[in-house]
Design a protein around this ligand. Sequence first.
Ligand SMILES: Nc1ncnc2c1ncn2[C@@H]1O[C@H](COP(=O)(O)OP(=O)(O)OP(=O)(O)O)[C@@H](O)[C@H]1O
Ligand SMILES: [Mg+2]
Length: 233
Amino acid sequence: MLEIEGLISGYGKGASVLKGIDLKAAKGDRLAIMGRNGMGKTLLAKTIMGLVRPSAGKVKFDGIDITGQHAHSVSNMGMAYVPQGREIFGDFTVLENLRMGVIGKPGLTLDLDRIYGWFPILKERERQRAGTMSGGQMQQLAIGRALIGRPKLLLLDEPSEGIQPSIVHEIAEKLRMICAEEGLTVIVIEQNFDMVEILAERVAFIENGKITGEVPVVQLAADPDLITRHMGL
Ligand SMILES: Nc1ncnc2c1ncn2[C@@H]1O[C@H](COP(=O)(O)OP(=O)(O)OP(=O)(O)O)[C@@H](O)[C@H]1O
Ligand SMILES: [Mg+2]
């Protein structure tokens, strides 16, 4: 589903932050990417999604080379992105935010019932301004907005950030269920192992612009010291 090879990328004209990333995810995989602050996790997401152009390397999505393609075409090919900080339009209603998930996507209808079935709070709050909701509710909206476009791959950047632990669990369980139902492939960037433990099967660790190792989640759950070691803490 996703194949990344030798990806080198940076911000602006500065030095490269990503110094040769190799990653693979097959259809239906649930992969987490963990790493400390400033290690280039968000830059990796943006480079995969086509928001930042890499200076070298390759990104293949569902067998097609998408390196250097614009985000809107990557999105139309079936990759959805839930950015760090959610980027919900706070002055717009929940419904208006969900509508944005199908804008510019030919052939897609606004299947709200599908999303409301997974996240009933969004139906309850349909007419409410999104900015008045809690962090957890806004995260569900951001995920709903991504899923309404019927993606094959969902890329989430620190979805647990600023959300209370019980809601983190709930969102992780929900995402895991959706993956099982839909055969969706998930790549989740996280620093919170609570989310990773429920949602992912394996973790790729990123440090100083490189993937330093891949470890099954069960192994990390059994030996939490492994996480701190791999994160370089
Ligand atoms: N707009 C920018 N211009 C230049 N450098 C930036 C920009 N945004 C981030 N950086 C730098 O690039 C590096 C990687 O940033 P990135 O946001 O990808 O890290 P991250 O792993 O997502 O961190 P966090 O866990 O805090 O979200 C950091 O050293 C950061 O300071
Ligand atoms: Mg980040």
